[in-house]
Write a protein that binds this ligand. Structure first.
Ligand SMILES: [Fe+2]
Length: 168
């Protein structure tokens, strides 16, 4: 009669740990950066107490850094925007946490509501503005961390449209 338990028949469960993928401490793929942004977005305790609205400038706070990436929290009062810019050598994930933002590119405008995400590659140019009447909050993951944010000519703007030259 075999008196071994199932575990014994299967072998030592601890002996297979080397066959499992180790849990990643940091994201390293676009999908993982998107997942990181979604996880932070879903956990308001990580960011809600850090939001500040500043009528004089877009307010921003570096929420997290990791090897090769940075996570920024931004707040936008109505009318605040970035102006047309790219992100140098950085790729990024933009996630709207609350309110609404409008993203303008050479292809047109896109309304981004809470939960919306935009993923962009190096060189991608856009203008992001809070065109709504309510404040907005967004999360920005840059990989590698943002070191350059060149501004582009603003010829695509309608006359009188509010925008700022200060960017993050
Ligand atoms: Fe941007």
């Amino acid at each position: 009669m075999n008196s071994d338990s199932d575990l014994q028949i299967a072998g030592d469960i601890l002996a297979v740990q080397h066959l499992l993928q180790p849990a990643k401490e940091h994201p390293s793929t676009v999908a993982e950066f998107v997942g990181l942004a979604r996880a932070i977005a879903a956990d308001r305790s990580q960011w809600a107490h850090l939001v500040e609205y500043d009528a004089t400038t877009r307010w921003y706070h570096r929420l997290r850094t990791g090897p090769g990436y940075e996570v920024w929290l931004l707040s936008w009062v109505p009318g605040q925007g970035t102006g047309m810019h790219d992100h140098g050598e950085s790729s990024g994930v933009l996630t709207v946490l609350g309110g609404e933002l409008t993203e303008r590119t050479e292809k047109g405008a896109r309304l981004l509501t809470a939960g919306a995400q935009r993923v962009f590659a190096p060189g991608y140019a856009h203008d992001v503005v809070n065109d709504s009447l309510e404040p907005a909050v967004s999360l920005h993951v840059y990989f590698p961390g943002l070191t350059d944010m060149p501004m582009h000519p603003s010829g695509c703007y309608a006359a009188g449209e509010p925008r700022e030259s200060v960017v993050v």
